[in-house]
Unconditional design. Structure first.
Length: 141
């Protein structure tokens, strides 16, 4: 019983660390110099990138999650599809994927070469925001 409570305590502490770190780095998304209505959480820490959106059912409308220094995506644990933008090291959009369903793993040959960051967005964000297109430059301010 003691082990169970210790595990719960550790999980709670990890959750607090992840939540605190993620809340501090909220940015706005600009595409080719034009501000969009999308707020982006930059998941910088190793722990945040590993946990990703596991504690989220979906990505809320008007929000996105930037995973820098990553070349793979999974939608395990999600209950609804998401839109994904693969970015190079200068934050140019390499490829877009709409309506990626839950339970999908994208890595290796399923990810464009040169990918160094991933932007996960709410389902339908790529249609709602026409500025998000392949070859465009993305900026986080």
């Amino acid at each position: 019983m003691l082990i169970f409570f210790l595990v719960l305590l550790v999980l709670w502490l990890v959750y607090l660390l992840v939540s605190f770190d993620a809340k501090r780095d909220v940015t706005s998304l600009k595409v080719d110099g034009s501000l969009t209505g999308i707020k982006v959480l930059r998941l910088n820490s190793w722990l945040n990138r590993r946990l990703g959106l596991l504690n989220h059912i979906s990505v809320p409308n008007g929000e996105g999650y930037l995973f820098p220094r990553t070349k793979s995506v999974h939608t395990k644990g999600m209950l609804s599809p998401i839109d994904i933008a693969f970015l190079d090291s200068k934050f140019n959009i390499l490829e877009l994927r709409s309506d990626v369903p839950p339970g999908v793993i994208l890595k290796g040959s399923r990810v464009p070469s040169g990918c160094s960051a991933v932007l996960e967005l709410a389902q339908g964000a790529l249609v709602a925001e026409p500025k998000l297109d392949r070859g465009r430059s993305v900026e986080f301010i």
